[in-house]
Design a protein around this ligand. Structure first.
Ligand SMILES: [Zn+2]
Ligand SMILES: [Zn+2]
Length: 263
């Protein structure tokens, strides 16, 4: 399995993971023994980076790792042996390292782990990241009541993930949605979500012939782009993580045209 190729099989796995993550998120929120208070936070920085307590308790995280592992094995049984090698005898220290490096999306750390344990290079980070998402989603739920007051340059106001995707309502209002924590955030003004340039005419749009509900917003200043999806029934309830994967063709188009942060 190669997570870079979005096959039907891979989408099915993601759908299953998304359902389990939502369930885990609900129970995590119920068991979290702290609240997130707007008055303790600076609205110009992501909520996650300002928390005084970890929103990812090690014991619960390990439970989430095991859940993702079970889903992966039920989906692709041949991963069982590799996953066993990865998760058997995890020490407390390992779990803390996983949490730390998953939060900072430290690809190098997880690739090192894959090499050390002779595993598929994508597997450790895939597992660690998907186990983390219910907690990120939990932070988003606890921040929901005030997140629209936040304005963090270039990233999700909740978890700090760069912007990739927005849903467009019928009144052209743009809702940025984060595929990592599922925060949905109403954009305050017409400007580039990456660099903030709000000069008239700075943004331009690429339409997609085969997909009339999608377009790509590009910024002339920073050369970065945002995928825009017009909301219709299902789109509104679909998780941002799934929508992001379903619209990978837009990323290919944008990147082929030379747009994007890493180009
Ligand atoms: Zn986020
Ligand atoms: Zn820009």
């Amino acid at each position: 399995m190669n997570p870079n190729v979005v096959s039907e099989e891979y989408m099915e796995l993601q759908k299953q993971l998304s359902v389990h993550q939502k369930q885990l998120c609900n129970s995590i929120v119920l068991s979290m023994d702290f609240t997130i208070r707007r008055e303790d936070l600076n609205a110009g920085l992501p909520v996650l980076s300002q928390l005084k307590y970890t929103p990812v308790p090690a014991g619960l995280y390990l439970m989430a790792v095991k859940k993702v592992e079970t889903v992966l094995i039920s989906h692709q049984y041949e991963l069982k042996e590799e996953l066993n090698r990865l998760t058997t005898n995890l020490t407390e220290e390992d779990v803390y390292s996983w949490i730390k490096h998953a939060i900072t999306f430290n690809t190098e750390y997880f690739q090192g782990l894959a090499e050390k344990k002779q595993l598929s290079p994508w597997l450790p980070q895939f597992l660690a990241e998907h186990a983390l998402r219910p907690f990120m989603q939990g932070v988003a739920v606890l921040s929901q009541s005030f997140i629209n007051e936040f304005d963090v340059m270039g990233t999700c106001p909740c978890c700090g993930e760069p912007h990739r995707l927005a849903k467009l309502a019928s009144n052209e209002q743009k809702y940025l949605c984060c595929s990592r924590c599922e925060t949905q955030w109403k954009q305050h003004k017409v400007s580039c979500v990456h660099c903030g340039d709000d000069r008239k005419g700075n943004l331009f749009y690429i339409s997609i012939l085969e997909d009339n509900r999608a377009k790509i917003e590009v910024c002339r200043t920073c050369n970065n782009y945002l995928k825009l999806i017009t909301m219709i029934d299902q789109t509104e309830v679909k998780s941002a993580a799934l929508l992001d994967l379903e619209t990978l063709h837009l990323d290919f188009v944008a990147q082929e045209e030379g747009f994007g942060k890493d180009i």
